[in-house]
Ligand binder design. Structure first.
Ligand SMILES: [Zn+2]
Length: 266
């Protein structure tokens, strides 16, 4: 079963008491309208796996106070020999340029994980702080899976923010720990003023048909039990919080239906 996109409209007219902490277990509408809250989400396709037509993507979030937050950076400029199934398209730097941004305008890079199709241009963002799950960063230090693009993600520790589990990064932007594809993988929940909540599953759920409670293990991930637990964790969030739009990590059919940069969700 394919998950259907049902964007949720926010009711801006409703007033409520933000001094009541019971109302603040997730972000209030007032937060979303705050200047530092998330205002826009851009989707960028930066490459492809030509054999399957699978898109390689990354995302840009902009806040009301002009912060630019990149989520993943796509493929490396020169594809390593062990990743010849990938092909570069218009890369993240070119796409940012078409929005009037340079790499130095990126304040934060949320790194979902260090696979080569997600962290391949990290080193270009020399002014940014990288945000990654501690478990993932520590595993990567000795895991050959991430060796070929180590120069991209292995940045000075003063520029890396290690987080532990689910983390509210700022109003309207939450990291959701979803190990399984790899240890310490993270998905991202973005709350937009008009579209409502958008869940970026990344590789926790690469394809829409896998977003079920009984997905059989296809053997492609190192920890099938963790993959299933993370899928169910995301399904629970979608149901509990009425998340209207779930964007899967590499879903060619869904990708065709989504708005891509320079268009955006707001
Ligand atoms: Zn991926």
């Amino acid at each position: 079963m394919r998950y259907q996109d049902l964007p949720v409209q926010l009711d801006r007219g409703e007033v409520h008491d933000v001094s009541n902490p019971l109302l603040c277990d997730h972000f209030s509408k007032d937060d979303i309208l705050n200047q530092n809250a998330v205002h826009r989400l851009y989707l960028m396709q930066v490459g492809i796996m030509p054999l399957y037509g699978i898109p390689i993507v990354c995302y840009l979030v902009q806040t009301g106070d002009d912060k630019n937050i990149l989520i993943d950076s796509g493929l490396p400029e020169i594809i390593p020999e062990d990743a010849s199934e990938f092909e570069n398209g218009q890369d993240v730097i070119e796409q940012l340029a078409s929005m009037g941004l340079t790499p130095d305008d990126i304040d934060t890079v949320i790194s979902t994980h260090y696979d080569g199709d997600h962290a391949g241009r990290h080193a270009a963002f020399t002014k940014a702080q990288y945000v990654v799950q501690r478990v993932h960063h520590l595993d990567a230090a000795s895991n050959p899976r991430y060796a070929s693009i180590r120069p991209q993600w292995d940045q000075p520790m003063e520029r890396i923010r290690l987080v532990d589990g689910d983390t509210e990064l700022l109003p309207g932007l939450e990291l959701i720990e979803t190990s399984g594809h790899v240890p310490g993988h993270q998905s991202v929940l973005v709350r937009l003023p008009t579209t409502g909540a958008v869940l970026l599953t990344i590789d926790a759920v690469p394809f829409g048909e896998g977003f079920t409670r009984d997905e059989p293990d296809d053997g492609s991930d190192p920890d099938a039990a963790a993959v299933r637990a993370s899928t169910i964790k995301l399904l629970d969030r979608v149901e509990r919080e009425h998340i209207g739009l779930v964007i899967f990590g590499h879903d060619q059919e869904q990708w065709k239906t989504l708005k891509k940069a320079p268009e955006f969700y707001e």
